[in-house]
Design a protein around this ligand. Structure first.
Ligand code: KG4
Ligand code: ZN
Length: 341
């Protein structure tokens, strides 16, 4: 039998300090996440300088925790995988410097991983039958991309947001209705108590680009609605605003995604990124896929938001495809999908 391959993976691109051990690409031996949310909550969003400092404080602990939880030693690892972009430069640098130090000290190969490729790869963890090609809707705090996954290392972006990312829109609207940070999970919860048809918020189309998205108009429309209510002395029904806003986002995401999947002759659709843990988005995509006879895949919520298991899975496929980085690997805050540096 072939020897098992173990990857030690590190993720620090935003406000989660995370490490994981992955066996043969899809088996999670450990997945340790230190979330900084409580710290950034005070400021209503991620403060980059604070994020970097906390990463430095926590990263060794998190890596030791991942090895301990997997009952493994660093020597048993075949490679060290790390997110090197996109993300906050100071935050990324902590993970990259740590991974380089470990790889050098332990004499292990270093594999740099694209954060979004990691989010997409999260789908492989629990769906052992999923293999490219498939369509993937990536919806996170920083990205909204419709990606044709042609192979484990080949991606084509067929649609993207022209302004705010879906998660960003959730966070901004949540702040406007006083729910605090991070807004996505709070809107998700509150929306269940509201009427999604109560307020008709707009669904933006991008002229000549049917698979692109735009959420800034929707966000402005919610802010206008709230201002008007205030001016007229009307009490805002927060749950109705949450439900109607969420419905507008999900409606556009579902329609464009299904249209693109069908138009490109794909029979599998996956969803990835923090917003992929939204219960209504999953229901909506799931129902549309069933109608169109498309197989629908999604990761468990813990693998949707930032984690290192997904980086280990993407890192495994890069590793077996021969990707190796030198000790000159740097953080690339605006790394493009499919780009290798
Ligand atoms: O993927 P992620 O953890 O970080 C980035 O790479 O950006 O995504 C974080 C985003 C935040 O904007 C958060 O509000 C959103 O994902 N999010 C959600 C839900 N859980 C997290 N949005 C909607 N519904 C959720 N349940
Ligand atoms: Zn992410």
């Amino acid at each position: 039998m072939d020897k098992d391959i173990y990857i030690l993976a590190i993720e620090s691109s935003c406000d989660e300090t995370a490490a994981a051990v992955i066996k043969n690409g899809r088996h999670v031996c450990s997945n340790v996440i230190f979330s900084q949310i409580e710290l950034h909550k005070l400021y209503g969003g991620v403060v980059p300088e604070i994020a970097s400092r906390k990463h430095i404080e926590k990263i060794n602990q998190v890596i030791e925790g991942a090895l301990r939880e997997a009952s493994m030693k660093l020597e048993q690892m075949d490679a060290v995988a790390v997110t090197y972009g996109p993300g906050l430069v100071g935050a990324l640098l902590v993970g990259v410097a740590e991974a380089k130090a470990i790889a050098y000290a332990a004499g292990k190969p270093l594999v740099g991983v694209h954060h979004i490729e990691g989010h997409i790869a999260a789908n492989y963890i629990e769906n052992l039958d999923l293999e490219p090609p498939f369509m993937c809707l990536v919806v996170s705090g920083g990205h909204t991309h419709l990606v044709k996954v042609k192979d484990y290392d080949k991606f084509e972006i067929v649609g993207r947001t022209r302004d705010d990312a879906a998660g960003e829109a959730f966070d901004k609207v949540a702040r406007a209705i006083g729910l605090g940070y991070p807004g996505g999970p709070k809107i998700d919860r509150l929306a269940k108590e509201g009427d999604k048809e109560a307020i008709a918020f707009p669904r933006a189309k991008v002229e000549d680009h049917p698979y692109d998205f735009s959420f800034s108009g929707l966000k402005s429309s919610v802010l206008n609605y709230l201002n008007q209510c205030e001016m007229k002395g009307i009490t805002v029904n927060q749950a109705d605003v949450a439900a109607s806003f969420q419905y507008a986002v999900i409606d556009v995401l579902t329609t464009h995604t299904i249209q693109a999947t069908k138009a490109m002759g794909m029979d599998k659709l996956a969803v990835a990124g923090g917003v992929a843990s939204n219960s209504s988005l999953r229901e909506s995509l799931g129902a549309a896929c069933e109608k169109e006879r498309i197989r629908f895949y999604h990761p468990s919520p813990v693998f949707c938001t930032d984690n290192a298991a997904m980086i280990g899975t993407a890192g495994y496929y890069a590793y077996i495809n021969g990707v190796r980085h030198g000790l000159d690997l740097n953080a690339v805050p605006n790394l493009k999908l499919g780009q290798r540096l």
